[in-house]
Design a protein around this ligand. Structure first.
Ligand code: ADE
Length: 228
C-alpha cells in the first residue's frame, strides 16, 4: 500500500480520479479513498491545511493501512531563485520552521526529546521523483522543504526560513508528515509544485497558479506510481 496525502482538494482530486476499485472510509474527520492504480494498492487522503491536520492524517493512515511509503503531494511557496512557478521541489529532508525553543538554548527548529531538526525523506522515492520530473521535462530541484502553520508572504519570513534551514520551498504539512512517519519508522517523500514565490506577490499568485501547479504535481505522481 502506498499512501498519498494532500492538504487541499485541488492537490488530490485528480489522483483519486485515476484509481479503480474504490472504497472509502472516514477516520477522525478525514476521508480515506482506497483503490488501485497500475496494479498497486493506493490510499489517498485530503488532510486539510496545517501541521496538526497533516499529522493526525498521517498517523491514522499508518495505523489503519500500514503503508510502505507515504507521499505528501501538492503546491508550495518557492524559495529557490533558480525555479519558476509550476516547477518542482522534491524533499531530501523536511523540517518545521515555526518550531522554536531557542530561548531555552536549543537550535531553531529542533524537536525536543528526539532532538531532530530535519527528517530525512526516503532516498529511493526522492531519486525516482527526480527521474519522473526529468521525463516530464519539468524543471526541479532537490532539497529541504520547510513547513509551518503560516502562509509565507514576505521577504523577511522567506529570509528567516532560507537563512535558518537552507530550504528550497515552504508549505504547511510536509514537516509534520515527516515527523509522524519518522516516529513510526515509515518511509516518506514530499513532492511539491511551486504556486508562488512566498513573497509580497504570493497572495495574488497562489489563487492564480495553485491549480496549474497542482496539475504538475499530479502528473509527476502518476508517472511515479507507474514506475514504483
Ligand atoms: N503553499 C503554497 N504556497 C505557500 C506559501 N507561500 N506559504 C506556505 N504554504 C504555501
Amino acid at each position: 500500500m502506498i499512501g498519498i496525502i494532500g492538504a487541499m482538494d485541488i492537490e488530490v482530486e485528480k489522483i483519486k480520479g485515476f484509481l479503480t476499485d474504490i472504497s472509502t472510509e472516514t477516520i477522525s474527520g478525514v476521508n480515506f479513498v482506497r483503490g488501485k492504480f497500475d496494479g498497486k494498492d493506493i490510499v489517498v487522503a485530503k488532510c486539510g491545511v496545517g501541521k496538526v491536520f497533516a499529522g493526525l492524517c498521517a498517523e491514522a493512515m499508518i495505523l489503519k493501512y500500514a503503508p510502505e511509503l507515504i507521499i505528501n503531494v501538492g503546491v508550495a511557496g518557492c524559495l529557490d531563485e533558480t525555479l519558476k512557478i509550476g516547477d518542482i521541489v522534491i524533499a531530501d529532508n523536511v523540517c518545521q520552521h515555526d518550531m522554536d525553543t531557542s530561548p531555552l538554548g536549543d537550535p531553531i527548529g529542533m524537536l525536543s526529546d528526539i532532538n531532530i531538526i530535519k527528517f530525512p525523506a526516503d532516498k529511493k522515492a526522492c531519486e525516482l521523483f527526480a527521474d519522473c520530473a526529468k521525463e516530464l521535462c519539468l524543471p526541479y530541484s532537490i532539497g529541504t522543504i520547510a513547513s509551518g502553520d503560516q502562509f509565507v508572504s514576505s521577504a523577511d519570513k522567506k529570509k528567516f526560513i532560507t537563512d535558518n534551514f537552507g530550504a528550497k520551498s515552504c508549505e504547511m504539512e510536509g514537516g509534520a508528515i515527516g515527523h509522524v512517519c519518522y516516529v513510526n519508522n515509515v518511509p516518506f517523500a514530499v513532492l511539491r509544485a511551486m504556486s508562488d514565490g512566498a513573497d509580497d506577490g504570493a497572495k495574488m499568485d497562489f489563487p492564480t497558479f495553485a491549480k496549474m501547479a497542482a496539475e504538475n504535481s499530479t502528473r509527476v505522481i502518476k508517472t511515479f506510481l507507474s514506475k514504483f
